[in-house]
Design a protein around this ligand. Structure first.
Ligand code: GAP
Length: 437
């Protein structure tokens, strides 16, 4: 891992963004726990996704389907057969790797210090995680933890259609956990065995598939740019022949220029009518759509946007990280920052200051829903600024002796470090402008 990654991992642990899963028992490879700040960051990412993909549109509805599904779903979707990675084993130490991860293979070969490393022939390794359901030992049913959140949407295509007034073209969005038995979990949360996805399945008429494919590619790139991700660190990459997942007719990744290379964190796929036709064939349920305008039935085609919440959170953290003179600062977009504002009484041992600061804290949290607001009364103001910069809090409010005289406070801006004085009664409007509270 690079120096920058070491710093991000250390910051994430130190400040409560991300902890290794089950750490006190030695951890569990490929699992991560999100701490008090991490859960806010992730929730903010998911809320921003839902806002732009569901609330701001009248052609998309949401769903929250079960993680456990009838195993026939995964046979029909092709995952039992084809959701595989090529696995190779080092003949010296028997460690296993993905044959298509050249950098990992090379770095492993180097670890054998000049010894010629031989590898077994690649064999297909299925990524679905298995579980057993039921109470009678011999009759327990083998099920799979979903390898993508997608299938829960497609099996409900008819339910959504029949229970809403929505018509093609329309989409179903979902956010939720997915599980993959990754051969080599690596690069912090980047390749995990348990992770969250945020997806849209958009159903269209075949004739319009290409048009919508282009549209959703652009929309998803814009979403990251609107949340201030550095444009120079983003690119599209089309999957080559032979690289595409079994369900995809075309696939473009949005990649980020990370400390460990250009890496995918969202895939935009043209799934054709693969999913609906497979579920129609295997379940016997008619999955066609009646197009009133065209007066005919057809199986819609699916354009999918599939982002990883954890990879997105990681790349937002990396993208926002700066070292400036005497401070570390996370320049996160205010929509994503775990705390929007921090409130400081200048001195913790002056009850009048603390009382005034407490009332401003409640004014912001309760009356103006500026949640969550940080409170800090430890150490000197400089240390408190340092501490809030490091977790990306956009504004710090200090209540000092002048506040007791004229009801004004200082507001300090994270990015410019400039301070201005304003009346307490103006705080609401001030933040309304900044955050559209
Ligand atoms: N439904 C389509 C689908 O699942 P994918 O490209 O396999 O497509 C989509 O996954 C996104 O899910 C990826 O771009 C990535 O952000 C996230 N993802 C996939 N595997 C992951 C893993 N092992 N760890 C963390 N995130 C992962």
């Amino acid at each position: 891992m690079t120096n920058l990654m070491d710093k991000i991992v250390a910051l994430a642990k130190r400040r409560g963004f991300i902890f290794p899963g089950s750490e006190i028992y030695g951890g569990l490879a490929g699992t991560w726990d999100y701490g008090p700040l991490g859960v806010e960051l992730k929730n903010n990412i998911k809320a921003a996704f839902w806002q732009s993909m569901v609330y701001k549109r009248n052609d998309v509805v949401g769903i929250d389907s079960a993680i456990l599904m009838n195993p026939k779903v995964w046979e029909a979707s092709g995952h039992v057969e084809a959701f595989t990675d090529p696995l190779v084993e080092c003949k010296i130490c028997h460690e296993r790797f993905r044959a298509d991860q050249e950098d990992e293979i090379q770095s492993h070969e180097k670890s054998h210090k000049g010894k010629k490393t031989e590898w077994t022939e690649p064999k297909k390794f299925n990524l679905l995680v298995e579980a057993k359901l039921g109470v009678i030992e011999d009759a327990r049913t083998k099920v799979y933890l979903r390898g993508e959140i997608t299938q829960g949407v497609h099996v409900n295509f008819k339910n959504v259609l029949d229970s809403t007034r929505i018509q093609i073209p329309f989409g179903i969005a979902q956010i939720g956990k997915a599980f993959r038995n990754e051969i080599t979990p690596s690069n912090f949360t980047f390749r995990s065995r348990e992770f969250e996805q945020m997806e849209l399945q958009y159903y269209v008429n075949l004739k319009e598939a290409q048009k919508w494919y282009g549209y959703w590619k652009e929309e998803r790139m814009k979403w990251y740019l609107n949340l201030s991700m550095n444009k120079k660190k983003l690119r599209f990459r089309q999957h080559e022949e032979g690289e595409r997942a079994h369900y995809a007719q075309d696939a473009w990744d949005i990649e980020y220029d990370s400390p460990f290379g250009w890496k995918e964190f969202e895939g935009i796929h043209n799934r054709g009518n693969w999913d609906l036709s497979q579920h129609q064939k295997e379940s016997g349920v008619d999955m066609t759509y009646f197009d009133q305008e065209a007066n005919k039935r057809y199986l819609p085609h699916i354009i999918e946007t599939s982002g990883g919440v954890d990879r997105t959170a990681l790349f937002f953290l990396i993208d926002a990280y700066r070292e400036e003179k005497d401070r570390i600062v996370l320049k996160l977009h205010s929509k994503l920052a775990p705390y929007k504002v921090a409130v400081f009484p200048l001195l913790a041992n002056k009850p009048q200051l603390v009382e005034k600061a407490r009332s401003i804290y409640s004014q912001l949290t309760i009356h103006h829903s500026l949640l969550p607001v940080a409170w800090d009364d430890r150490g000197n103001i400089g240390k408190r600024y340092y501490s809030q910069d490091e977790i990306g809090t956009p504004y710090c409010i200090t209540i000092d002796f002048q506040t007791l005289e004229d009801d004004t406070v200082t507001i300090r801006d994270r990015d410019t470090t400039k301070q201005e004085r304003t009346l307490i009664q103006n705080l609401n409007n001030y933040f309304q402008d900044k955050f559209s509270v």
